[in-house]
Design a protein around this ligand. Structure first.
Ligand SMILES: Nc1nc2c(ncn2[C@@H]2O[C@H](COP(=O)(O)OP(=O)(O)OP(=O)(O)O)[C@@H](O)[C@H]2O)c(=O)[nH]1
Ligand SMILES: [Zn+2]
Length: 184
């Protein structure tokens, strides 16, 4: 896969008017292919091995919030990065998830070609499925390079998306508690 992708990057360099054989670029196709593979590794990950049974029984049924998980993804329209943070809250129902797994779930979905709305929903659905929670809230706030480096070239706008399920959707008190704990 790396070799084939390197070939494509080499062609791309040629299309850009570059000389792929000049000193600075000799290893670039391979590096770019490896980088792209890393940035899209979410396609090749499996949720079961990622969670690795790190779901623990607990009789604490109060809200858990993990905030400020940094997020690097790429938009499916331009294949340019969008960068930001994600906050996840859930109401456990007898089971809690290992803390690091929230960040792993975010990365698994972020390292694919995405739109932010779908990414937010996929994270929420996954946390809900894995924990069997009474409700899940996910907020993603990010800046899109396709709006900053090109296109409308707006440097200061950011996009916030949220998905609330179960009790987070039904109860405004639960939602408010989540927003407060997430720092809003
Ligand atoms: N809703 C949403 N839109 C996104 C996201 N990432 C990129 N976009 C938008 O996708 C749209 C694609 O619009 P097109 O008109 O097909 O593409 P374009 O000519 O490159 O658009 P401009 O960016 O306006 O120059 C743009 O409005 C982007 O800002 C995302 O995560 N969510
Ligand atoms: Zn884009």
């Amino acid at each position: 896969m790396i070799d084939e992708m390197s070939g494509l990057y080499r062609q791309l360099l040629g299309q850009l008017g570059e000389d792929p054989d000049r000193e600075g670029l000799v290893d670039t196709p391979k590096r770019a292919a490896k980088a792209m593979q890393f940035l899209t590794q979410g396609y090749r990950q499996d949720i079961q091995s990622l969670i690795n049974d790190a779901v623990f029984s607990s009789d604490n049924d109060e809200m858990v919030v993990v905030r400020d998980i940094e997020l690097y993804s790429m938009c499916e329209h331009h294949m340019l990065p969008f960068v930001g943070k994600c906050h996840i809250g859930y109401l456990p129902d007898g089971k809690v998830l290992g803390l690091s797994k929230f960040a792993r779930i975010v990365d698994m979905f972020a390292r694919r070609l995405q739109i932010q709305e779908n990414l937010t929903k996929q994270i929420a659905n996954c946390v809900e499925e894995v924990t069997g929670a009474r409700g899940v809230g996910v907020i993603v706030e990010s800046k899109h390079m396709c709006m900053m480096m090109r296109g409308v070239e707006k440097q200061n706008s950011s996009m916030t998306t949220s998905v609330m399920t179960g009790q987070f959707r039904e109860s405004s008190a639960t939602r408010s508690e989540f927003m407060r704990l997430a720092g809003y």
